[in-house]
Write a protein that binds this ligand. Structure first.
Ligand SMILES: [Zn+2]
Length: 296
């Protein structure tokens, strides 16, 4: 369905500590994967992971990037999705051998979920948990429960062309918020209602319609939609930094065997070429620094 833009919408249930997000990815999803030739099962998994990354990223009060990685010793080596606080995202996958009829769960034997939060200010945080669950939604729910102790429910779907998702999250209640009219059953009730969502509704209904359909009796406030888009943050500067990390000897040994150093971005397939002159320029800064610090 093409009737949605790429959007995320936040909502909350009045007088309860429950909030949620709904995301739809159409162009952003297709753009992100257009340069990658992926088996359908991985395309769908990446779509669900992209939807999840936007839903989770939007719950954080952090400026920076969230990286969701699924690593395994099975045929699927890695799924990675990065989503910024501005809801710009990119995604890629690595696998070995032929992937044809295997189900997603068969591909991720002995896997683990790695979630990295990389704030613009301050230290990066990384959480690693073994994969538990049959679906990406279940795996992330388990992760959030085990690692963050936050009740989170996720509904994710991707048909290989569009991705959609919904998140419900129960905010920790402060002791001073307890009062007589506490709606103790709200979390269970709202989840119960949300569980009646169908794939078609998740994919095809606009957020306002979806919330009305699921939570007609509840007092739900829906916020303005935010755009989500594909953006790859790779650059010649970042590739240069990577080559500088490799070191002058390694770079020279590559150039001894070929004319250029070629680097392809796994996410957007952008091609970076460094010839001998470019490569030499990478290491001139070291000379400048040593000259600058020499004493007279
Ligand atoms: Zn790129």
């Amino acid at each position: 369905m093409d009737n949605f833009k790429d959007t995320l919408q936040h909502f909350l249930f009045e007088h309860t500590p429950i909030r949620g997000n709904i995301v739809h990815l159409n162009h952003a999803y297709r753009q992100a994967l257009q340069h990658q030739s992926l088996p359908l099962v991985l395309k769908q998994a990446l779509g669900e992971l992209m939807a999840a990354s936007a839903l989770l990223s939007a719950t954080l009060k952090m400026d920076g990037a969230m990286v969701l990685q699924l690593q395994s010793k099975g045929a699927l080596k890695l799924l990675v999705v990065e989503c910024s606080s501005a809801l710009e995202m990119r995604a890629t996958a690595k696998w070995a051998g032929e992937i044809s009829n295997q189900s997603f769960i068969e591909l991720i034997q002995h896997g683990q979920f790695v979630i990295t939060l990389d704030p613009e200010q301050g230290e990066a945080y990384q959480g690693i948990v073994p994969i538990e669950g049959e679906t990406i939604a279940e795996m992330l729910e388990n992760y959030m429960q085990r690692s963050q102790q936050i009740d989170t429910s996720l509904w994710l779907h991707c048909d290989g062309e569009n991705a959609a998702g919904m998140l419900l999250q129960k905010l920790p209640e402060r002791p001073d918020q307890h009062h007589q009219n506490q709606d103790y059953d709200a979390w269970n009730r709202v989840n119960h209602l949300a569980n009646t969502v169908t794939i078609s509704e998740l994919q095809n209904l606009a957020p306002e319609q979806l919330l009305t359909r699921l939570f007609a009796e509840e007092d739900v406030r829906l916020f303005e939609e935010k755009p989500v888009r594909f953006h790859c943050s790779c650059s010649k500067t970042k590739v240069s930094a990577m080559l500088q990390m490799l070191g002058v000897n390694e770079v020279n040994s590559i150039l001894a065997e070929r004319d250029n150093i070629e680097v392809n971005c796994d996410f957007c397939n952008k091609h970076y070429v460094f010839d001998a002159v470019d490569a030499a320029a990478l290491f001139t800064s070291e000379i400048t620094i040593s000259l600058g610090s020499s004493r007279h």
